[in-house]
Design a protein around this ligand. Structure first.
Ligand SMILES: *Cc1c(COP(=O)(O)O)cnc(C)c1O
Length: 337
């Protein structure tokens, strides 16, 4: 395709087709359809617009080294999407329907999958309460859609460790809330704190737990890791942390590489004292952290370089994703065009 792949960043680009499936409350999901990409019509009284009844997923299709288009652990996204739907009072999309929808949109837009190493086709499944409802209650109709956008490589010109700040003022999620699912309403409250941090020169903020204000939860919309004496630490899933698929994969790879991995409460003071720190999520895969500020304390990791454990985990994960390494856990799904 005649397209300047090197101009891609992580931003919206319209593609050819999208998937749509609509169900009435109480009925079973039917087949759904591929339609041209474009605007949709929705009632101003839709549950999603008024009460935020909606969830999303974020996945990537990439062109592997062998030229094939591959998905990474898409079954995990299907399962998480079904869990999120239940939490927000929406009919869960059957996992096989979710996977078929995702694969059909990727295949239909395959010309938008960037060449190997020059980006990915970002996949965005969404589920919304689309029916009109005035009182605070589940909508009478739900819409499941999938659209895709080509995005550039997260690290243009190599990985640069990021500068972060711990927020003592804002929290992302509280126990019993919706922090553990990709609910659309979880993200807007983080925009202003994140923007303020960016104005001050930080890449993102680190959220602490909302009860004791002492334990690290997440970095913006990515999971946190730190390394101390070759042991890898990440906050345990208490319901306030999004169970990232990259997080689970990093933990498995670290164990495969012989590291001890501890999933437990991560005290911010311990993290400041660690040897390396990084964050993980689908978009960036793994982002090395160069420094963290918390009040008057500041921790610098690895003299601003990418730490050896962070580098090894990143390389191993990317090698698996692009089929350069053995897929020993069966994480890769190759699409037949
Ligand atoms: C999506 C997301 C992540 C990362 O999850 P992945 O499955 O690895 O992409 C982490 N934290 C939050 C808040 C998220 O929304």
């Amino acid at each position: 395709m005649d397209f300047d792949w090197d101009s891609l960043t992580f931003s919206f680009t319209a593609t050819d087709t999208m998937y749509r499936n609509v169900v009435r409350a109480g009925e079973e999901w039917g087949e759904g359809e591929l339609i041209p990409f474009g605007n949709i019509e929705i009632s101003p009284a839709a549950g999603v617009l008024n009460y935020g009844q909606g969830i999303f997923e974020g996945m990537k299709a990439q062109r592997a080294d062998d030229g094939n288009i591959v998905l990474f652990r898409s079954d995990k996204n299907a399962a998480r999407f079904a869990q999120g739907a239940k939490r927000l009072g929406m009919p869960p999309v059957p996992e096989s329907l979710f996977l078929d929808a995702v694969e059909s949109v990727v295949k239909s837009n395959h010309r938008w999958v960037p060449p190997t190493g020059r980006g990915a086709l970002y996949i965005r499944p969404v589920l919304w309460g689309s029916g009109a409802i005035l009182g605070v209650a589940p909508a009478p109709e739900f819409t499941f859609m999938v659209y895709v956008c080509p995005v550039g490589p997260y690290f243009k010109g190599g990985m640069t460790p990021i500068k972060l700040k711990v927020s003592d003022e804002y929290h992302r999620a509280a126990p019993g809330g919706s922090g553990g699912v990709k609910a659309i309403g979880n993200y807007a409250p983080g925009m202003m704190p994140s923007k303020m941090a960016k104005v001050e020169g930080y890449a993102e903020i680190i959220y602490l737990d909302a009860v004791e204000h002492q334990y690290i939860e997440e970095v913006g919309a990515a999971n946190f890791f730190c390394v101390k004496d070759n042991v890898i630490y990440t906050p345990d899933l208490t319901g306030t942390i999004l169970p990232g698929i990259t997080r689970a994969s990093v933990m498995q790879i670290a164990r495969d590489l012989g590291h001890e991995v501890r999933e437990e409460r991560v005290d911010v003071d311990m993290a400041l004292d660690a040897d390396e720190a990084f964050c993980a999520g689908t978009a960036a895969v793994i982002s090395p952290i160069g420094s963290i500020e918390h009040g008057s304390k500041i921790a610098h990791y690895c003299n601003g370089e990418v730490g050896p454990v962070t580098r090894k985990l990143y390389d191993t994960l990317v090698d698996i994703q692009l089929k350069r390494a053995d897929d020993r856990h069966g994480w890769i799904r190759t699409l037949e065009l």
